[in-house]
Design a protein around this ligand. Sequence first.
Ligand SMILES: [Zn+2]
Length: 442
Amino acid sequence: MEIKIIDKELKNTINVEFNYKVKSGEIDFKNEKVIFGVGEKNKITNKSIKKILPVLLNFVKNLKKDITFDLRDFDESLSSYIFYYLIFSEVKIKDLKSDKEEKEEKDIYLLVKNKQLPALVKTSFVGDSINYVRELSLLPGNIATPLYISEEAKKLSKKFDLKYEELNFNEMEELGLNALLSVARGSYNEPVMPILKYSVKNAKKTILVVGKGITFDTGGISLKPSKGMEEMKYDKCGAITVLGIMKTIAEMEPKINVIGVMPLCENMPSGNASRPGDVVTAYNGKSIEILNTDAEGRMILADALAYGIEKYKPDYVFDLATLTGACSVALGSTYIALLGNNQEFIDLVNNNSKNSFDQVWQLPLTEEFNDMMKSKFADIKNISDTGDAGTITGAAFLSFFVGETKWIHLDIASTAYVKGNGPTGAGLSVVVESILNLEKKK
Ligand SMILES: [Zn+2]
């Protein structure tokens, strides 16, 4: 199915009119025209429309003609949201089934006014990138290896004129990225850290975006239970989302430098894997006691963040990670957990999230949680003794590798995929929206 934007009514399509007087979710179909009730005009929100849109889509699927949705009456936010919803739910993402069902599909046209166009163009970039992230995230660990994803990053760099750099295993050893390597050593597939750079002349600011890319997480020696372990292929979603963010930025061309860093490796048990109790010295010199080899995401992010910040001297840093199971206990699959070290930056991202397709919720990150990460035998340990406040202590661990640079951590563990149902691209929209706003900020 294709979704096309038009500014004049077309003949030979069935027109869907959104009506404020008909009860929300009710459909009236007469003379090739669908009247769809959306409820009172000033009470419609993205959330209320999300609830009723499936009813409409089910209905129009059975109609034999192309469809036009008349969105001229909606504001930018609502028309963008409907467009996004259609891209997300109606454009089929590629999977690995051998019998590709090629049904003859109809097109959807969105009838809009000129002033709605800029917001819809942005939505089309963001929506397409989110589907790109979902397709890549869906790939299993035997296909989407660290090497495979770095090749994908190379492809993007050629297509969009981004600069490509990478650190390979030997370079990581030389530089002392020992926290990352402590995770990667147990695996036959070598780690790699691709870096994509989008730069413009006279940019006033540089943003660093780092994404956790564990291409498969068995837990390592602290092995996970086998039930549901197949979904640990989604432990790379942070890094893949960084790829999607770089794609969107390259397409939208803001006047701000953006650097995407993707530490990629597997977390496997083997004779080479880290043991609980091992102590390693990270890139920034901090020693870490590994108490649980399944708390590996923070190990690879620790080095990626410290390296990226030292090398590129960004003004602002984001990291995206499927970091903690505790995230779903705290916030369910509704909100991305947002933590950081600068309230002004947090407020900015929080506000920008309202114009994005993500929802975020701030959790506190104060000194007490840093204390919970102090180790008896090393500077810090990779999990706290109690396991309390797991999402916060995960962020507290990362804060030891960030220093004073303004930083935001987005824990997407409970939002990056729907259990049993595939990846969502969570986090892309709010980070892109924030980058576009940081460009304008004095
Ligand atoms: Zn893990």
